[in-house]
Write a protein that binds this ligand. Structure first.
Ligand code: SF4
Ligand code: SF4
Length: 729
């Protein structure tokens, strides 16, 4: 059997980050929050790490995967999992064995995928500490639906850490998180908002701990059979009681005894209390500074209770904090207001009459930025300490509102959105151009979208996609639609989504049910949208290294998707190079109109341009440095020919194909123009051909370090040009 080697990583080098992982006692770590968490896992003695990459926590797994040689020295196992469900299932190792494990993914979407395994893990509980590091992708920079991980912690009985964004504190909570998990037998989730992942700082490093049980020190015998460790009835009934009567009380005890939540007493208005989720602490301090209620070092005039553990709450701590306060304001981002409800109930049960504010003064939905928190704090102070509100702060907040309203008025509406777009030269863009053209022939079709770079086609100029139901779910999500439509439905999926979920939930189901469906798979070779990580159909390293011309797309060199589809029984299968717009248009049209009833799959092949450019640029730089000939292609528009209808732009959306003023004083419409940055992908030419556009595009080969005969020909051409110009003059 042929053995292939694969580096489970990506083209970006984390050389410096890996050096940080090796720091030991006496060293100081400097860097980002998420890297500090990664280092903390090693200090805590994890035996295994897994996960599925996604912002804002991709870095954790990416760095770990590249650090494999070092982790092998420690005996730590790293697994780049095929989805979050498989990552969560890895934690099963800690049910029986005293081994610590950590997994990571983007929440809420990843937690949704992992939910089954998490429930079945939480029910029997764990022996070795378990930490689930999730990117709480909430707020303005988020790319997913806005829901809270908190709900999962509540329903399954998992502790939820929400650390104050300070590297020392975050690292401390990783170590404490494992101990909390072991003391309570509960899995522990650590939620990190975007700002916590990217906060920079330093902490005093410790030596990494080689795990007691590891790849270097194997467990001799499996654990004895223990039915109590299975998530099966009737023991699941016992598990539920254990959660309520033993595990949650044990967790609360640990949180209190180890001071995981923090209280900062106010220096001036100590009788006014603020309760805040740990992750919002830095924004709260910034907010207080706007009121001159905190100094540059974060010393606050009001008392603050920081919930580094967002669940379970500790009633004794909360009542102790609230008991001597005139009023308390709770900052809890997102909805429903789980913490507020529990805090109100706690106060009521203790018959404490301290006024509690939260969502009555703060918005239920949306990110708690400093401005949002300041608006809530202003309302709180106006009721309970009006003298603490500087006039300048009131003016700042009112000024912000007025400026926005003024701008809206001036623009006659809200500011235009600036959505993200596909990279320059992205191989997926031509397919959507072809789809636009195909629909001109067959009529509009229902399109099930998916997660991935291709989801950017939902923006102008394509505006393609009727729904997105989850990662790899496009084919499954058309199953209820397609039987009801006159025209066939198209499902669009990336290769990342195909392996994540699409193969089983979509392809297998469509084949089993004999569905008449059309699936378009973008085979660009990587999970590009999450950071171009490798997948099973990524071109092998050996192929990349041996290809002489690094510009060539290599996605065709790995046929795993095609082989899998054929093996499953797909009979109508076409592979089309994405930049061949006319062929893609014809293939799509055929798929929509053929008499073949059953699953039709089009594999749109074209390597991710981002990855190609990472390969091409250093290669070209090397050729130039050696004085060798380098040729690159650029496209351009002949402004004398361009008729200014901009059909090419509506069909492309490439950021380097733009507009400029018409040089002809008799024409008012701006002309199309290709700016610096064009990577010469060829789409402009292919579109002009497939859509029979005006013949204004030209293709130019830019040659650096030309050969002698090229210089000679160029010189002769220049001479001829000069002669002709002279004759004309
Ligand atoms: S990362 Fe790759 S697939 Fe994604 S938009 Fe850029 S070129 Fe296209
Ligand atoms: S050829 Fe056209 S589509 Fe391709 S990078 Fe250049 S301007 Fe963009």
């Amino acid at each position: 059997m042929r053995k292939t080697t694969r580096r489970l990583d990506l083209e970006i080098s984390f050389h410096e980050e890996i050096k940080s992982l090796r720091l030991g006692q006496g060293d100081t770590f400097h860097g980002e929050g998420i890297l500090a968490i990664t280092k903390a896992l090693l200090q805590a003695g994890v035996s295994y790490v897994g996960g599925y990459q996604g912002a804002p926590v991709s870095h954790l797994l990416d760095v770990m995967v590249q650090a494999k040689p070092y982790l092998d020295e420690l005996g730590v196992h790293v697994e780049a999992c095929s989805n979050e469900a498989s990552a969560a299932a890895m934690l099963g190792a800690s049910i029986h064995y005293p081994v610590r494990g950590a997994v990571t993914w983007k929440s809420i979407v990843g937690t949704n995928v992992a939910a089954d395994a998490l429930s079945n893990l939480s029910s029997p509980g764990v022996t070795g500490g378990v930490l689930i590091v999730v990117g709480e992708d909430y707020g303005e920079g988020a790319s997913v639906i806005q829901e809270r991980t908190h709900a999962f912690a509540l329903k399954s009985g998992m502790c939820l850490l929400d650390p104050r964004p300070d590297l020392t504190q975050m690292v401390h909570l990783v170590e404490q998180g494992f101990e909390l998990s072991e003391a309570s037998h509960m899995p522990v989730i650590m939620e990190l908002r975007i700002r916590a992942c990217h906060v920079r700082g330093s902490f005093a490093a410790k030596d990494n701990r080689a795990p007691a049980w590891s790849k270097q020190n194997l467990i001799a015998d499996p654990a004895r059979f223990d039915y109590m460790r299975l998530a099966h009835p009737p023991v699941t009934f016992v598990h539920e009681k254990l959660k309520v009567h033993e595990r949650i009380p044990a967790a609360r005890r640990f949180i209190r005894e180890h001071g995981l939540n923090e209280t900062f007493h106010g220096v001036e208005h100590a009788d006014l209390g603020l309760v805040v989720q740990g992750g919002l602490y830095n924004t709260l301090i910034r907010t207080l500074q706007q009121f001159d209620l905190a100094d540059a070092f974060g010393v606050s005039s009001l008392s603050i209770h920081v919930l580094n553990v967002a669940w379970p709450l500790v009633p004794e701590d909360l009542t102790a904090f609230c008991a001597d306060k005139r009023a308390v304001l709770l900052f809890e981002e997102g909805q429903p207001e789980y913490i507020e409800q529990e805090l109100a109930l706690t106060l009521r049960r203790q018959d404490l009459q301290t006024p509690l504010h939260g969502k009555d003064l703060l918005p239920s939905a949306g990110e708690y930025t400093a401005e949002v928190m300041a608006t809530g704090l202003l309302a709180f102070l106006e009721r309970h300490q009006p003298t603490a509100v500087p006039e300048a702060t009131r003016a700042w907040l009112h000024g912000n509102v007025e400026r926005r309203q003024g701008l809206q008025k001036a623009m006659a509406g809200p500011l235009p959105a600036r959505p993200p777009g596909m990279c320059i030269g992205c191989p997926e863009r031509p397919v959507f151009a072809a789809l636009k053209l195909a629909q001109q022939d067959v009529g509009p079709v229902h399109i099930s979208g998916d997660i991935g770079c291709h989801a950017l086609a939902t923006f102008e100029p394509f505006s393609v996609g009727h729904s997105i139901l989850g990662y790899g779910m496009s084919l499954a999500s058309r199953a209820g639609v397609s039987p009801l439509m006159q025209r066939r439905v198209l499902s669009v999926m990336g290769d990342g989504g195909f392996w994540h979920n699409g193969l089983l939930t979509g392809v297998q189901s469509a084949l089993f049910n004999g569905d008449d469906a059309v699936l378009l798979i973008f085979k660009n070779g990587y999970t590009s949208a999450t950071g171009t990580q490798d997948i099973i159909n990524t071109p092998l390293e050996a192929v990349k290294a041996s290809s002489e011309d690094k510009r060539v797309s290599l996605s065709h060199t790995n046929q795993t998707i095609e082989q899998t589809l054929k093996g499953l029984g797909v009979q109508w299968l076409r592979t089309v190079h994405t930049y061949h717009v006319d062929v893609m248009k014809a293939t799509l049209t055929e798929a929509f109109t053929t008499s073949f009833q059953g699953l039709k799959v089009i594999v749109a092949e074209g390597e991710c341009q981002l990855e190609r450019q990472r390969r091409i640029k250093p290669w070209m730089a090397g050729l130039l440095a050696r004085g060798e000939r380098v040729e690159r292609v650029k496209y351009g528009v002949d402004e004398d020919v361009c008729n200014g209808d901009h059909a090419c732009i509506r069909l492309s959306g490439c950021p380097t194909l733009t507009l400029k003023d018409n040089p002809d004083p008799l024409k008012v419409d701006p002309v199309a123009h290709v700016i610096e940055g064009c990577v010469g992908c060829g789409l402009c030419g292919a579109n002009a051909h497939a859509a029979t556009l005006c013949p204004s595009f030209y293709r130019a080969e830019v040659v650096q370090n030309p050969r002698w005969h090229e210089r000679l020909v160029s010189g002769l051409r220049g001479l001829a040009r000069q002669c002709l110009q002279g004759a004309r003059a």
